[in-house]
Design a protein around this ligand. Structure first.
Ligand SMILES: Nc1ncnc2c1ncn2[C@@H]1O[C@H](COP(=O)(O)OP(=O)(O)O)[C@@H](O)[C@H]1O
Ligand code: SF4
Ligand SMILES: [Mg+2]
Length: 337
């Protein structure tokens, strides 16, 4: 079931060099109980997409298009409605938990405040729910830990607290922006296991933003690949790894440690485009190893190949070329689930 339907989302900053369109006509849906991975190099517009949906960008930033959350358009919703939705129907976890936890209040107080804000229930019940949430995210002795301050938790534990806060009101949509990037590898793995478990338990739709395709293989059901503010490929996770069609996706996969065929990690040559000097045609053409003449002038539309409506890509290459390359890649990383 679709819980968030994003259509032609477009976000424009005013900069000294002119208008900068960081998100340029992005469309996707989030489905109940499924995880969509939003991937792409740094600067491709992943965070701006999520901040646009949460309406957390500074005033003056133009956001256009539609984002229907259970029928309510987040792009045009009034402030009062947004306050009701944020932390209730839609919640977000950031990369750095210290920025969203207040150091002067106990973790319990902050968690309870989040629950109180959205539910008219007695104090004792709020406390109970807060304790249960801490327990659910794997914090030992949750009843006692409610009285601790954020600095008394380790980085990984603080991220668990953030996840507890985000899920406290059982949101339809959870957006997690690089939730494990700041953590060490072991803690990272634990948080991923936790997210996977919670997805099943809470049945939220999750949008997981990451630049790490290993994380995607671990937890995502669907993948959207972003480049220069646009989605260039979107498919179920197995399709992305087994038959990627877009040359940018090929590059991302080639730069994955577990897939590097030569034992040496390859990164995509060149750098992502500047927002104020975006190349015409296909935005990837200056870096694309197989660019053709028309790539410089005609922007490719995101569309299915034939009748496979579940796998979309935005590239002018003929279908056979996309297929041939996809099959030439090493096999996908082991997906443990
Ligand atoms: N407040 C801002 N003003 C101008 N440009 C911004 C602002 N925030 C982000 N950008 C630009 O938007 C683009 C996308 O950024 P972002 O969504 O953060 O990328 P990422 O995919 O790494 O999350 C980048 O080029 C960034 O410089
Ligand atoms: S449209 Fe052209 S430049 Fe863009 S990815 Fe496809 S082949 Fe490369
Ligand atoms: Mg980001």
């Amino acid at each position: 079931m679709t819980v968030l339907d994003v259509r032609e989302l477009r976000t424009t900053f005013q900069t000294r060099e002119g208008a900068a369109c960081a998100v340029d006509g992005v469309s996707f849906t989030l489905e109940r109980g499924r995880v969509l991975g939003l991937v792409g190099e740094s600067g491709s517009g992943k965070s701006v997409t999520s901040l646009s949906l949460m309406r957390l960008l500074p005033r003056g930033v133009r956001v256009e298009g539609q984002a229907l959350l259970n029928g309510v358009d987040l792009v045009t919703a009034a402030d009062a409605e947004l306050r009701r939705l944020r932390g209730g129907e839609i919640a977000m976890i950031f990369q750095d938990p210290t920025t969203s936890l207040n150091p002067v209040y106990t973790v319990g107080w902050q968690l309870e405040e989040m629950i109180r804000l959205h539910n008219d229930i007695p104090r004792a019940q709020v406390r109970e729910r807060a304790r249960d949430m801490l327990g659910a995210v794997g914090i030992a002795q949750p009843a006692t830990r409610l009285d601790d301050y954020p600095h008394q938790f380790s980085g990984g534990m603080r991220q668990r607290v953030m996840i507890a806060m985000a899920l406290a009101n059982n949101p339809s949509v959870l957006i997690a922006d690089e939730p494990t990037t700041a953590l060490d590898v072991t803690t990272q793995a634990q948080i991923l296991v936790l997210l996977r478990r919670l997805r099943a338990e809470f049945d939220s739709a999750i949008m997981l933003i990451t630049h790490d395709l290993g994380v995607v293989a671990e937890i995502c059901d669907d993948v959207a690949v972003m480049y220069g503010g646009r989605i260039v490929e979107r498919a179920p996770v197995d399709e992305i790894f087994e038959s990627p069609r877009h040359p940018y996706t090929w590059g991302l996969l080639d730069s994955m440690p577990s897939r590097a065929t030569s034992g040496r990690l390859r990164s995509i040559p060149g750098t992502p485009p500047s927002l104020t000097e975006l190349p015409g045609g296909c935005r990837f053409h200056p870096r694309c190893p197989v660019a053709m003449d028309k790539c410089r002038t005609e922007p490719p539309a995101l569309r299915p190949e034939g009748d496979d409506g579940g796998h979309l890509d935005a590239c002018h290459l003929p279908a056979e070329r996309k297929r041939a390359h996809g099959q030439g890649l090493a096999s996908a990383p082991a997906v443990s689930r």
